[in-house]
Each structure stands twice: as C-alpha cells, then as structure tokens.
Design a protein around this ligand. Structure first.
Ligand code: ZN
Length: 579
C-alpha cells in the first residue's frame, strides 16, 4: 500500500485542492494530513511503501523544521519518505527559501511576455518519460512564476529555457524533492477554453505535477501501449489524389515506419481503382480505411435531428459494406466527422450503430456545451451519450502536444490533408521521424486497432487489475505470466441503451453503478480477448431517401471539391514553390 500525503497546515488552498483532484484523476488514493502525520509512523512497516509528499513550499519548510527536532531525523526521513513534490503556494519568501535550500542561487520572475522555448530535460529519462528531450514552443506564462537562473550542482533542471529553470529536482537529506516555481497548479475541472487541450498554454501548471505523478506512482492509471496512426481526410482510392501519390506514400511508410488510415467518403464507394484496392490489400499493415461522414456535405453531422443522423450513419455504413463486397477491401467502423463538425444528437445516433468510436480534432459539439480539461485528458472524451471521441491533431500543433497526449495515455493520431504531401512527403517524413524518436516506442496500427488497444489500466493486487474501457470494442491482452482477473468499467449514462456485452463469443453479465457499467473478464497468461459492447438499434422512423435536389447538390459539391484538390491546389502550390 502506498501512502500519499497532501500536506496542509490550516485551510486547503486552491492549489492543494487541484493537486488532490489530479491524484484522484490518475487513480492515486491520497490522504490530507498535517506535517506531523507524515513523520508520525502510522503508515510505515510491512505492506506500506514510503510516503510521497505533495505540499506547498511553506508546508514543506514546516515539515523539515519539525523533522530537525527529532534526534534521528535523517534516518526517519530517509526511511519514511520516497519523494516530495512542492508547489509555491502563496508565500513567495517560503519559495525563495526552499529553492535556496535545494541549490538555487538566483531567482527572477518569469516574464509574462515569454518568447523563449522551454525544453524538458533528457538527463533524467525515467522521470520525464515520453517528454524527455521535447522542446515546447514559447509556452504561455499566464500566472506568476520564477526562473531559477543559477543552480548549484546538486540541482537538476527539468523544465528550462536558456534563461533558467521553472521546475527542478533537488535533494533534502538524500530524498528527491521536485520543486515547481509556477504559482498555478492546473484545475482539470475548468472548462476547456479551446477545441483541444494545448500544452503550450499550460506547460508550467500541468507538466510538472503530471510528470511527478506518473513517475512516483506505479499503480496509477496507465496505458498498456502507445498507439499511433496517420489519418488523411477525403482521398478517393485512385493512383493520385491531389498531392497524395499512394505508391509514394507507401514507400514513405515503409522507410519511416508508420501507418495511414484514409478517411474515405462513403459517397465515393463506386469509384475506387482496382490498382489501388490491390495496393491497400497487399499492404494492410500500412494502409487502412475509416469512414468520413456520408456525403461530406457541410457540417452534415452537426444538425440536431437524431433520426436523420441515424439514417445518415447507417447509410454511410451500408455504402462502406457495399464497397467492401465489391472490392474485398475491409474498413474500420470509425467515424471521422467532415470539417470536424458534430452535434450531441449525432453522437447519440452513432452510438446505436456499428460504429465503435469517433475520431476528431475538436471536442466541443455544435450545441456548445462545456467540456472540461479532465474530459479531454481521458483516453477518449465520453461526455456525449458515452460514445467516445478520440482526439487527433495536426503536425503544426507541435511534437510537444503529441508527447503530452502520450504521457496522459492517449494515442498519437495525426491528421493531414493531401496538400501536406506537396513536397513529395519530405515534411511528413520529418515529422514522423520526430514522433518515432520520442522516448516511447509507438505501435503503428490501423485506426480500429489503435482504438481497440487504447484504454487505461492499473494493478489492484497480484493477479487482478482494473481497466477503463472507452470505445465500444476493447482488445484485452494479458502480457503477464499469470492468470489475471480484469475488472472492467466503462462510462454509460444510459445503461438501458445496452443490448449485450460480448467477451469473445460469450454474452457476459454486467452491473450498472453511478454512471458506469462494470464487468469481470479472466484471462490466462498470454491470452487476449475482444470485448464488445452492443447497443440496441433505434426504433425511431428513419428517412430513407433524400430529395433529388439534395442528391444533385451533393454530386456537384463532390466534383467541385475534387477539381479543387486535384488541379487548383496542386497548381497553386507549384506556383508558390517556383517563386
Ligand atoms: Zn473532409
């Protein structure tokens, strides 16, 4: 059992509350205690780990003042405390005093108009994990903070710019003390202010505490694997689409080790070339198909009529299965929304079809309901009827955002459009190489397999583990050498939507409790099993046919978009390139 103390003397500050909430988010049980509780000895002995202490600079100074009064203070400290994470609190002089004690010589305020890049150290790999060596492009300074501009040899700079460090590791009597000099700790229950979380906006308040929790608690929620896939929206399966040449892209995937899912517009189901279908089938490790809307008309999944969207989703799947039976090429039942636009009604409709998940850049629906930071820090956003959105990003959002997603346990899903390949894939290859250099081996798979492998897990005891499932399908794999009992939970706001749950070929029982469904799955060493949540179909009347005028407009729009992608954009890019 590990003992985690959030130390407070007096009332809990906002930072104390944010730290406690973060521990809870990562599945770490904690106790709020006083400085005397840490050294009181009621949490040591067989079965107990050493304590992890999280507190403000002032509380930490109080802790060591109490400690110094003990005769065998050094032994007690080393035997009882594993490490400490210290945040400034509202007492700047306590922060200065502690920083000096840990080896900081000079501290200057962190400028609000920061124009420096910051780097995560690669000198303490096991602490920084996937963030090791990552550069963060001009992170925002939106609260008070300090830079330790000189530090003696006993201190390691973990997050720093050329001018100094904002997060450092020191030691107190041989125990590691991590000190963040930024006054804010992230409040994950705050509303997300943009369409996806951006670590460049929150580096100083988010990265130190998350790095510490992931390092200090081996029993916190973790992703068993880091999965990745590149997604290209819109192409038809022809030899070339816009700047994408499928043979050239295959060569790039083979040379730089990655996989690509084409977000395919179902409307195009009769238009694939036999040559490219063969290329996809022969290279299923690299190429796969996902579903991009239905007709790809403007914001088609953003309206609020659920029956209509249910009809659209089913039509999309019907066209895709016609494509599969005509060509023999299978597809992933994963929805990529056209223009990233979706409504709550659209998510509810998709839940009742064979789609297993949606993938999108944006997480705020057209209904504009607030989404919290905690919602997007989960492996997938589950707040829309319990149908998951896995987030994806453009390369220009920076390697730092992909690394932070991976640190949280989210897959790396990269989106581009055809024009990103206008330089013969050089830019793409460079970006993929950067991703593959992260200190975390990426498993490049097709999109459905990325999603089936994306879940959170934490050990409960030897032989049992807890799993949080997100997509409607989960591939559970027991990589240990013993039988493991998995207790699986999945967010479900409306359990009566569920028809049945399959574990392999069997139906299994489940319980509903406080917005979650729970069930157990036992796997032998090395065994794996597909778990599927099957939802009831909707009984509402679905419009079957669209008006002729809509069909004509859709056709015109598709051909005009292709004209733009195949001729106008490449010509414009050639013109820009030749200047
Ligand atoms: Zn599109």
């Amino acid at each position: 059992m590990s003992s985690t103390f959030v130390v407070q003397d007096g009332f809990a500050s906002k930072q104390d509350r944010c730290v406690t909430r973060l521990l809870e988010f990562f599945g770490v049980g904690s106790r709020v205690g006083t400085t005397t509780d840490v050294m009181s000895g009621n949490c040591t002995g067989p079965g107990f780990d050493k304590s992890r202490v999280l507190c403000s600079a002032k509380a930490f100074l109080q802790l060591i003042e109490n400690l110094e009064k003990l005769s065998d203070c050094k032994d007690q400290w080393v035997n009882r405390v594993h490490s400490a994470f210290v945040y400034p609190g509202d007492d700047a002089s306590a922060l200065q005093q502690l920083a000096r004690l840990l080896g900081a010589v000079e501290m200057t305020p962190l400028s609000r108009s920061n124009d420096e890049d910051f780097s995560i150290s690669n000198e303490c790999d096991d602490f920084c994990g996937v963030m090791a060596g990552v550069k963060v492009n001009r992170p925002a300074v939106n609260s008070d903070g300090y830079l330790v501009s000189k530090a003696n040899r006993n201190a390691t700079q973990i997050i720093s710019s050329r001018k100094g460090a904002s997060f450092l590791k020191g030691e107190y009597h041989g125990v590691a003390v991590f000190l963040s000099t930024f006054s804010d700790v992230i409040d994950i229950d705050a509303e997300l202010a943009s369409q996806n979380f951006d670590i460049r906006e929150h580096l100083f308040r988010a990265a130190p505490i998350v790095l510490y929790i992931k390092w200090a608690f081996h029993t916190c929620w973790n992703a068993p694997e880091a999965n990745a896939c590149l997604i290209i929206d819109d192409p038809l399966l022809r030899r070339r689409y816009g700047c994408v040449d499928f043979k050239r892209l295959l060569a790039a995937m083979e040379a730089h080790h990655f996989s690509t899912s084409i977000a395919f517009i179902p409307w195009n189901w009769r238009r694939s070339s036999a040559e490219i279908i063969r290329l996809f089938k022969e290279n299923a490790e690299n190429y796969s198909l996902s579903v991009h809307g239905c007709d790809h008309v403007r914001g088609e999944f953003g309206v609020s009529d659920r029956s209509r969207l249910y009809g659209k989703a089913r039509r999309a799947l019907e066209r895709m299965s016609n494509h599969a039976s005509d060509t023999g090429l299978q597809h992933d039942c994963v929805m990529v929304f056209p223009q990233g636009v979706f409504s709550k009604a659209g998510m509810s409709a998709l839940k009742h079809t064979n789609f297993i998940a949606a993938v999108n850049n944006d997480v705020v629906s057209t209904d504009l309901e607030p989404v919290t930071i905690a919602d997007v820090w989960k492996t997938a956003v589950m707040r829309y009827s319990g149908f998951p959105i896995f987030t994806r990003r453009y390369p220009w959002e920076g390697i730092e955002n992909f690394a932070f997603d991976l640190l949280l346990g989210k897959p790396a899903l990269i989106v581009i459009h055809h024009d990103y390949c206008s330089d013969g894939c050089d830019r793409l290859n460079g970006f993929i190489e950067e991703l593959n250099r992260l200190k975390c081996p990426l498993r490049w798979r097709n999109l459905a397999d990325v999603i089936r492998h994306s879940y959170r897990q934490r050990p409960l005891s030897s032989g049992s583990a807890e799993v949080e499932m997100y997509a409607k399908e989960l591939l559970l794999e027991n990589h240990t050498d013993q039988r493991v009992q998995y207790l699986v939970r999945r967010h479900e706001s409306n359990p009566s939507d569920i028809k049945e749950i399959h574990s392999g070929s069997k139906n299994i029982p489940y319980e509903c409790h406080e917005g979650f469904i729970n069930f157990g799955v036992d796997l032998d060493a090395g065994e794996s099993r597909l778990i599927r949540v099957v939802m009831h179909e909707l009984t509402e009347v679905v419009p079957t046919k669209e008006k002729l005028s809509y069909r004509l407009r859709t056709m015109l729009r598709r051909y005009l978009c292709e004209l733009r992608d195949n001729h106008i954009t490449p010509a414009r890019l050639r013109l820009v390139g030749s200047r």
